[in-house]
Design a protein around this ligand. Sequence first.
Ligand code: TEU
Ligand code: CA
Length: 582
Amino acid sequence: PQQPNWWKTGTAFQIWPASYKDSNSDGIGDIPGIVGTLDYLKDLGVDIIWLSPMYDSPQKDYGYDISNYQDVWPSFGTLKDMDDLIEQCHKRGMRIILDLVVNHTSDQHAWFQESKQDKTNPKAEWYMWKDPKIINGERHPPNNWKSIFGGSAWEWVEERQQYYLHLFVKEQPDLNWELEVVRQAIYKEAIEFWLDKGVDGFRVDTCNLYSKDTNFPDAAISLQEEPYQPAFKHFENGPRMHEFLQEQRNVCLNKYGDILIVGECPGSSEETILSYLEANEFSCVFDFNTVDLGTNRTLGGKKHHGYKHQLPDFKESLARTQRLIQQHNVWGTVFLENHDQARSVSRFATDNPEYREAAAKMLALCITSLTGTLFLYQGQEIGTYNHSADWSIEDLRDIDSINAFNDVKDKYNDDPIWNKKAMRGLATVGRDNARLPVQWSAEANAGFTDANTKPWIRCHDDYKNVNIAEQLQRADSPLKFYQRMLKFRHEYRDLMILGDFELHDLYEQKAFTFVKKPKGTAEEGASKQELLVVCSFSDEEEPVDMPSRLKSRESELLVSTLGEESAGKYLRPWEGRIYLIK
Ligand code: TEU
Ligand code: CA
C-alpha cells in the first residue's frame, strides 16, 4: 500500500527563536541555541521543526516585519548558522520548515524604501498606495479600516503625499500582490532562495490576506464611538486569492517535490478553508476556530473582553477539522498553541495548581489522538501556563498586547481598574504568554540564558517548578507523557493520525469522548479495532461513557494519563484514557 506523505504522519514542533535558547549570553535566543537542542527534540519525538521568522528585521513585530528575506537577523546568527541548522536537522532524520511572511514586508525593506520616495520610481506601485480623502479641507485616510493591531490601517507619507496600507503595525506595509513583478520577486527572493538551501517547506503567514478588495470601501460600523472599524470582510480571502495561491504553488513550490506548505488561515469559514485545500493550494491549513474561542476576534479582538467558552464549543471546534478531513478527503492540522496564542492548559483546561499537570497530560492525550498533522509549540510539552494577571504592561513586549492595553488606557483616562482589567485580559489571551523564555531548568533565568544576563523578556514566575530538566527525570511528568504519546501515535498511526473521528455526546459538559476508527471497511481489509478516547474536564470523578454500539465489545485500557494500574471504574479529575476496542 502507498505510504502517506511524510508531512501527514510527522509531528511538528514550532520554535519561536527569540525565546527558545540563548547560546551567547546576550539575552536573546539564537540559531546555535536551537542546534544545541536538536537531540532533545528528537528524543521528544519531533519529526518536523517549524522555525518562526529568523530573517533580518527591525523586530517591530518580532520578525514578522522582514527587511531582508535573504539574510538572518544578526542577533539570531548568520546564513551559515542556518545552513548548519538545516544540515543538523536532516542528519537526525528531521525536517525543517520556515515561516513565509509575504503579505507585507518591513518598512525598512529596500523595496519599500524605494517605493515611498515618489510616485514614479520603478517600485512605486509595489505597495498599496492611495490618495487621502479630503473632508472639509482636512486630510483623512482613504477609508475607515482598522488595523488588526489597532488604529488606522493607513499611514501618511510626506514624500509621496499619499497613504499606504498596513493591515498590521505601520512598520509592516502590505505588498501589492496585484502586480505580477511583485509576485515574481517574492517567489524568487523569499521562497526559492530557501528551498534551494534545502528547507522542506513553509508555514505561510496570513496566507488569506494577499488579495484585498481594491475598491477599498469603508467598512460597516460595528464598533460605536470608534473612528476605525474592523474590515476583515474587505481584506480577508479576497477575490484573487485562488489565482495568487495557485500561481505560488505552480510557479515555484511544485518544482521542489513533496514539500509541506501549511497555510495560516485565521478567521476563515469552513467553505473557504475547503476551497484552498480542494484546489491543492496548501498541504493543509491552520483552522483558527479552536484558538479563536473567547477572543472576540471578529469584533476587533478586544483582549480585555475575552469570554469563557464552554466545553461543547471546544469539542465542536476540533470536530470541524476532523469532519473536513474525512468528508472531503483533504488534509488538516491539529494544534492548540502557537506564538500568537496563550497557553492551552490555562485556556482550554485548568491552571489550578492541584490539577494543572493532570490537565496538561489530558490535553496531550486528547490532541495526539486526533487526525491531521500535529503541531506542538515550545513549552507546551511541559504544560507551561499563562503568566500572572499581576504583571504590569512593562513586563510585556508584544506590540499587539501593548496597543490593546494603550487603547483601554487612553479610552478610560488611565483608570487603574480599567488598566487592571486590560492586564487580566492579556494574562488570558495575550501573545506574550507564548513568548516567555523556554523553561529549561530551575537555574537562574530558567536556564534560557546565563545567570548574569537579563533575558529580553521576563521569565515565567514558576520556572523553578515547571521546567524541562525536572520533567526529564520524572516518570509521570507531562514531558515524559508527550514522549510516550508521540511514539504511541506512530504505533497506532492508522487510527490516531489517519483514522476517522466520531464525536460522542457533544453537549456533555464534563468530558470529551470520541472514537477513532480505521478508514475503509473490513471487506477492504481494514482492522476492526477502534480507539475510545475519554478526557475529563472536571475536578470531580466522572463516568466513562461511549457510543452504545461499542458497549458489547471487548475493551482494553491502553493508556491512562494518571497510570493504568490505578485506573478504576471512574475517570479521576482531569484524567485522559485510551481504550482499545477489539
Ligand atoms: O498572524 C496573523 C493574524 O491574523 C494575527 O492577527 C492573529 O490573529 C493575532 O496575532 C492574534 O492576536 C500572523 C503571525 O502569526 C503574527 O505573529 C504576526 O504578527 C502577523 O501575522 C503579522 O505578520
Ligand atoms: Ca543570543
